[in-house]
Design a protein around this ligand. Structure first.
Ligand code: SAM
Length: 182
C-alpha cells in the first residue's frame, strides 16, 4: 500500500461497501493504529460498518458525510483514495481532507484513467461509458487523474496498469502552512 507498515498510526481512508481496502489498512496501522473511513452514502456506510463488526475490527470506524465538508479529528498519517474519483479529482474534497493530514503523510490513489496508447482505444471507450453510470458530478476521466494533487505531493510516483487505463499514484504530502497543525 506504499505506507510504512512499522508506523502505528491513524490512517484516513475512503470507504464503500464492501470496504475492500479495510483488511490491508488494518494490517498496515497495526493493533494500536486507527482507520477512519468517510462515505457519503448512508446505505454504503451501514454495509461497511457491518463488515467492520463481522471482522471484529475495533480500530476501524466509518464517518458518514461528504468528503468536501466532513469534519474529522485531524492528524492523520495517510490518506487512501481507492477507486474514489469523486474525491481525488475534486479540488473541494481534497481541500477539506488534506487539511486533516500531518506533514509528510502518505497519500495513495488508485483508479481508472484515459490511456494515451492507441492500442487502448476500445478500453478508453468502455471506461468512459462505465463512468457514465457513476454520479452526475463525478469528474470526467482524463489521462492524469492525480493532477489536482500533483503540486501537493513531494515525491509523486505513478504506475500504470491495463494498457494505461488504470493507475496507482502515491507520494508524501507537502503540508501548506495554513492547513491543520496538530
Ligand atoms: C468505488 S467506491 C470506493 C471503494 C472503496 N474505497 C473500498 O475500499 O471498497 C466509491 C465510493 O465513494 C463514495 N462517494 C462518492 N462521492 C463521495 C463524497 N463526496 N464523499 C464521500 N463519499 C463519496 C460513493 O458513495 C462510493 O461508495
Amino acid at each position: 500500500m506504499h505506507f510504512n507498515s512499522n508506523v502505528e498510526a491513524a490512517y484516513l481512508m475512503w470507504v464503500a461497501a464492501p470496504g475492500g481496502t479495510f483488511p490491508y489498512l488494518v494490517e498496515a496501522v497495526g493493533a494500536s493504529g486507527q482507520v477512519v473511513g468517510v462515505e457519503i452514502s448512508p446505505e454504503v456506510a451501514i454495509n461497511a460498518r457491518n463488515r467492520i463488526e463481522a471482522n471484529g475490527w475495533n480500530n476501524v470506524q466509518v464517518v458518514e458525510g461528504d468528503a468536501a465538508t466532513v469534519c474529522l479529528d485531524g492528524g492523520f498519517d495517510g490518506l487512501v483514495m481507492f477507486a474514489a474519483p469523486d474525491v481525488y479529482a475534486s479540488p473541494e474534497a481534497l481541500a477539506n481532507l488534506l487539511a486533516y493530514l500531518k506533514r509528510d503523510a502518505r497519500i495513495v490513489l488508485f483508479g481508472v484513467k484515459v490511456s494515451r496508447r492507441a492500442s487502448a482505444a476500445v478500453l478508453n471507450l468502455i471506461f468512459r461509458w462505465l463512468m457514465k453510470l457513476s454520479f452526475s458530478f463525478t469528474p470526467k476521466l482524463n489521462d492524469e487523474p492525480w493532477c489536482v494533487l500533483k503540486d501537493q505531493l513531494a515525491d509523486l510516483e505513478v504506475t500504470e496498469y491495463l494498457c494505461g487505463c488504470m493507475f496507482l499514484a502515491w507520494g508524501s504530502f507537502r503540508r501548506m502552512p495554513t492547513m491543520y497543525a496538530p
